[in-house]
Design a protein around this ligand. Structure first.
Ligand code: SF4
Length: 242
């Protein structure tokens, strides 16, 4: 009968092989390849900035999948999928509800009137849109800008979760009721949720009013700005341009 090799010896041999392979790859350093014991050791020690290295898929991988998604009926009426855009290593991620008509036409998030207001808020933070990441709970437009349906959210949220895991930002800013309630799994209204940080899978999450609500209720700009200043502080950003 063939004798099985000792497990420790086998593991050492495999580790040596992996290390040798990593040294020979020109960009081997960016791959997180390891075996059980070492993997756990690294995971305990890995700072937030290194957590991205253990995730094998990229934003483009998810984008490709979303672009051909037909999981819910919104695929029948969309003109373009609106995946999201911004810096892949952004400290701050804004998450809205769903694309509107302009977003659907351009395939980009927050480019209508509400989007312009969000852009102004980002500028007031001393940043550009390319410095943050912007996306929505739903990637396709609900016809007539109706509210997202639970079934649509259920299907589409999986993509957002993967996006946020890859981005691994310091702060998420949830814009409006649907984004806040979906991410936090809470039924409370945005008036109750906003103004303080919540936890989203180890990431600080600040809910605030949606820019579209601000267009209808300009008096809500003050509480939004208070929320945004907390976001900036959490992300370690300097003084804003007020
Ligand atoms: S809304 Fe989301 S789940 Fe529905 S078709 Fe579009 S990408 Fe797929």
């Amino acid at each position: 009968m063939t004798q099985l090799p000792d497990q420790d010896a086998l593991r050492q041999d495999l580790l040596t092989l992996v290390r040798t392979l990593k040294q020979r790859l020109p960009d081997g350093g960016q791959y997180y390849v390891s075996l059980q014991g070492e993997q756990n050791k690294h995971r305990r020690q890995a700072p937030l900035s290194d957590r991205k290295a253990v995730i094998s898929e990229t934003l483009d991988d998810v984008r490709r999948e979303v672009s051909r998604c037909r999981l819910c009926p919104l695929c029948e009426t969309r003109r373009n999928v609106v995946f999201g855009e911004g810096h892949p290593e952004a400290k701050i991620v804004f998450v809205g509800e769903a694309p509107g008509a302009e977003e659907d036409a351009q395939g980009l998030p927050f480019v209508g009137r509400a989007g312009q207001l969000l852009t102004n808020i980002i500028k007031a933070m001393g940043l550009e849109r390319k410095d943050v990441y912007i996306c929505n709970i739903l990637k396709c437009r609900p016809p007539g800008n109706r509210n997202p349906q639970p079934e649509e959210i259920r299907h589409c949220e999986a993509y957002l979760k993967r996006q946020l895991k890859i981005l691994s930002p310091q702060v998420i800013c949830a814009l409006g009721t649907f984004a806040a309630q979906t991410l936090l799994k809470k039924d409370a209204p945005i008036t109750t949720l906003r103004g303080r940080f919540h936890d989203y899978d180890g990431i600080r999450l600040m809910p605030t009013y949606h820019p579209a609500y601000l267009l209808r209720n300009p008096s809500a700009k003050k509480p939004v700005w208070e929320d945004i200043q907390k976001v900036m502080q959490e992300a370690g950003l300097g003084r804003s341009k007020e």
